[in-house]
Write a protein of this length. Sequence first.
Length: 117
Amino acid sequence: MSRKHRIDYKRDYPANWHSEIRPAVLSRAGNRCEGSPRYPDCRAENGRPHPVTGSVVVLTIAHLYEGDKATQDLTRLRAWCQRCHLLYDIWQHVRNAAETRRRQRIEAGQLEMEARS
Ligand SMILES: [Zn+2]
C-alpha cells in the first residue's frame, strides 16, 4: 500500500465535486467549521484565526467514511477546520493501521499453515 495520499479529483471524486458538492457543503456550513466528533461545538470561521489554535482557518471538506470520496451524499460530508479534519483523519488512520496489522497476522498464520500441509 502506498504511503502517499495524493488527491486525484478526476479519478476519485464525483464530476460535480467542485461545481456542486463542495459549494453546497460550504454553503450549508455558513463559512464556519461544522464541528467534529472531537470538537462538536467548533465554529471556527473560514479565513479568520482559529479561536483555539490561532492558525488562519481554511475550511476543507471531510469525508466521514474513508474510501467514500465518490459520495454525493451531503450528509456524509462536513466542512471542517484544520484541527477538526486532521484529528478525525489521524483517528481513522490509527484505527485502519490496527486493522491492517490484525489482518496481516491472520494472513501470516494462514500462510504458515499452508506451508506445513
Ligand atoms: Zn473545527
